[in-house]
Design a binder for this molecule. Structure first.
Ligand code: ADP
Ligand code: MG
Length: 748
């Protein structure tokens, strides 16, 4: 007998031949098919009357075909069709429409969906490229008529190929629902459904596909009907339950219970160069409380650029060191690791104790690295600062107590786990830090196995950064302004999207941003591969005005607009020691203007730098521009961020630029970024280990996510009060299945 687990090939009307392409789309079972919900609905119970159409609106129309013809213009063939209701008519146009030539017969009824536009030729309205469906007449296909006329009709995204059109899906799904009637197993406990007033699973599935008459169209389109909410909740509940259990299991593992007596506290105070903000104190308090517990800490410290995460991390590391353990700090780039190393040395010098600090990055000389590894292994290093090299080069610690991962969104989930699994006694605590201001609920679901501390306050004495947009036609004014600021004793960054121009339009490779949009460059990996073959410039670039690049502009500015100033060049393809030298000189104020790529995006801290010029700002992602801007405004001086644009930015680019000018609030920008790019892109789905959802959408369904999280916590604690034994068995089984199959998240 058919069940939700039945493979689709055994479904009547599908069979092995059609099953193959469905499987390829991730639809293996009846359940998968039922969870392929309509992507929109048409109200064919109350279709719009042609007389009531308004230009600019989307409309569903049912009308009779009155006539059609092919029109040949010089460049293409148009298919033009007139449909009517009584005396009113509507014109429909399809470009390249030859394929529609024999599709329609006069007198036939057709359902159309599209944007209504005023028509100049006829007095009425027209629709360009509407979606359409020929409506069945009763004698031909009674079942189709039942599903498509006089009701709210589901419209499905094609599952590939014309054989999987909406009409086909409707029929198959309708039959499946009929056949499964009374046999769709509930996946949530009865008591939870009652308490949250959620629909049963079977009813929810039926109504999501075939909404009852009277369901408001706006609720349907926004996935806000009771049916949708039930299905979304189910998906989020299982995600959260999995995360919750993972977190609980972690707490049971053996970690290190650190002591924080007077001596330790004094050591922390000794290195503080300023009064910590309230937020910093709170975060450190949360971290230290975790470190004292016997279980291993897994905590995320989130704080906008400049909020002062570094000192908090350093103090946490001191707790470990003062307890006789080693601490490691991992940064995503060598520049950043080196900067952390120098800063840590300076801060720790304030203390009378002798801390032994070791830097370990991939590009150091083999000898130096060997010595570093030796010292780490023998416990002759208290604080180890490095890049990925720390995990990649099989570094073994004598007694690792705490790992801090800076800018954690740069690291894959996997690496996070690999690092923790370094063999040594007692599992080390892990503190991850990120400047991506993810809204709290989202952060908790994505890094659901982490606890969260937030720095929601900037250190005092910061003046807001003045942000301006300027077309690069006014570059002369910008350079003049830069010169003036430098004359006042400040330093400037000038950032370009690529390293080299014309000959090879290369994205910054050392540190290609995960949030660069498609138009900026190819994905970093692909580009990296291509570069070995000396790829031709991308077509995109040849059609656009020449893209200014860091190396070329460094020469050009030095010889021209910024002649006489001390310029430095920094990009990912420089040898590491050269990068180092440049960065140190900039830090010491020996360079006035640092021309660079996005290598400086993350973490670089030079308080005297007060001007940030971003050329081709239209090509940068929002998160990235915000990070770049965060490089200035770190001292007391008034700082400026100048967004120069070349050519005419796209509408999306305009939105990003406007937002940058409007606000400096990282959370607000993150919200907008989420909306513009969607959660997948925003988080870099694969990297963040974020599952693909079937019905849920993390941005749209945030409020349900919160509920699901609470419910998951509650269920984890008191499952036996919440559910019968049978329900529990089903939920645990389903959880295992969901995590393995749907989310592909393997237990760490
Ligand atoms: P981020 O969170 O971006 O990593 P940093 O830790 O680099 O920020 O701190 C930014 C700047 O603010 C640094 O120059 C740091 O020394 C300074 N800073 C941090 N906390 C304070 C504070 N409580 N008071 C004054 N300055 C601070
Ligand atoms: Mg930082």
């Amino acid at each position: 007998m058919l069940s939700l687990d039945t493979p689709v090939q055994f479904v009547k009307g599908i069979g092995p031949r059609l099953a193959a392409p469905l499987n390829a789309k991730g639809i293996a079972t009846v359940e998968d098919l039922l969870f392929h919900l309509p992507f929109r609905y048409e109200d064919r119970l109350h279709p719009s009357s042609l007389r009531d159409l308004k230009a600019g609106e989307m409309a569903s129309v049912i009308a009779e075909v009155r006539g059609a013809s092919l029109l040949k213009t010089r460049s293409m063939t148009l298919f033009e069709m007139t449909v009517g209701q009584n005396l009113s008519t509507l014109k429909c146009i399809w470009f390249h429409g030859s394929y529609l030539k024999d599709k329609f017969k006069t007198g036939q009824m057709v359902a159309l969906y599209g944007k209504v536009e005023a028509s100049r030729s006829s007095r009425g309205f027209k629709m360009i490229q509407p979606q359409f469906e020929l409506l069945p007449s009763g004698d031909e296909d009674a079942e189709a008529e039942l599903l498509e006329v006089g009701r709210i009709t589901p419209v499905y995204e094609s599952l590939g190929g014309t054989q999987f059109a909406s009409r086909w899906q409707r029929k198959i799904i309708y039959r499946l629902l009929e056949e499964l009637k009374g046999r769709v197993t509930e996946t949530l406990p009865r008591s939870m459904l009652d308490r949250l007033k959620l629909l049963g699973r079977e009813q929810a599935l039926a109504q999501a596909h075939f909404p009852p008459a009277g369901t408001p169209m706006t609720h349907l389109q926004a996935a806000q009907t009771p049916a949708h909410r039930r299905l979304i909740f189910e998906e989020l509940f299982y995600l959260e339950l999995g995360l919750e259990l993972k977190r609980r299991r972690l707490k049971d593992r053996a970690g290190i219970p650190f002591e924080t007596g007077d001596r330790v506290r004094q050591a922390l105070r000794d290195v503080l160069p300023f009064h910590p903000t309230t937020a910093q104190k709170r975060a450190l308090g949360e971290i230290v409380a975790d470190m004292r517990k016997p279980g291993p800490m897994r905590r995320l410290l989130q704080g906008d650029v400049g909020s002062g995460k570094t000192i908090v991390a350093l103090q946490a590391m001191l707790v470990a060191i003062e307890n006789g353990y080693q601490a490691a700090l991992m940064a995503p780039t060598e520049i950043l690791a080196t900067q952390h190393y120098l800063a840590a040395r300076k801060l720790l010098e304030r203390s009378s104790r002798k801390y032994r600090i070791v830097l370990l990055t991939g590009s150091l000389d083999e000898d130096v690295k060997r010595l570093a590894r030796h010292r780490i292994f023998n416990g002759e290093a208290d604080l180890v600062i490095g890049t990925h090299a720390l995990i990649e080069e099989k570094v073994e610690f004598a007694s690792l107590g705490l790992v801090v991962v800076d800018e954690q969104h740069r690291f894959g989930v996997l690496q996070r786990f690999r690092l923790m699994k370094k063999p040594n006694a007692g599992e080390p605590d892990v503190l991850a830090m990120t400047a991506t201001p993810i809204p709290r609920t989202l952060a908790l679901s994505i890094y659901g196995d982490l606890d969260l501390s937030v720095l929601d306050e900037l250190p005092p004495g910061r003046t807001p950064i003045v942000t301006r947009r300027v077309s690069d036609e006014r570059a002369d004014d910008v350079w003049k302004f830069v010169r003036e600021q430098i004359a006042k004793g400040y330093q400037a960054y000038v950032v370009y999207p690529v390293i080299e121009g014309a000959k090879d339009d290369q994205p910054e490779l050392d540190f290609a941003p995960p949030d660069a949009e498609a138009e900026l460059t190819e994905p970093p990996k692909k580009a990296a591969k291509k570069s070995t073959k000396k790829a031709k410039p991308q077509k995109l670039f040849t059609e656009k005005p020449a893209l200014k690049a860091a190396t070329d502009m460094y020469e050009e500015l030095r010889a021209g607009a910024l002649a006489g100033l001390r310029l430095g060049l920094l990009h990912g393809r420089l040898p590491a020691d050269e990068k180092d030298v440049v960065m140190r000189r900039f830090q010491r104020g020996e360079i006035d203007v640092l021309v660079s790529t996005t290598v400086i995006e993350v973490g670089v801290d030079v308080p005297n730098a007060a001007i940030m010029v971003i050329e081709h700002a239209e090509r940068f992602g929002l998160a990235q521009m915000h990070q770049l801007r965060g490089r200035v405004g770190r001292g007391a001086a008034k700082s400026y961020c100048i967004l120069m644009t070349g050519g005419r930015p796209s509408a999306q680019a305009e939105e990003r630029l406007d937002a940058m000018v409007r606000t400096q609030d990282g959370f607000e920008l993150a919200e907008l970024d989420l909306q513009l790019r969607g959660p997948g892109e925003f988080f870099g789905t694969k990297q963040a280990g974020l599952p693909d959802f079937r019905v849920a959408n993390l941005v749209r369904d945030r409020e349900l996510l919160e509920v699901a999280k609470q419910e998951a916590e509650r269920f984890a604690v008191q499952a036996s009060n919440e559910a019968t034994e049978e329900e529990r068995a089903r939920i645990w089984a389903r959880l295992r299945e969901a995590w393995q199959r749907r989310y592909g998240l393997v237990e760490a």
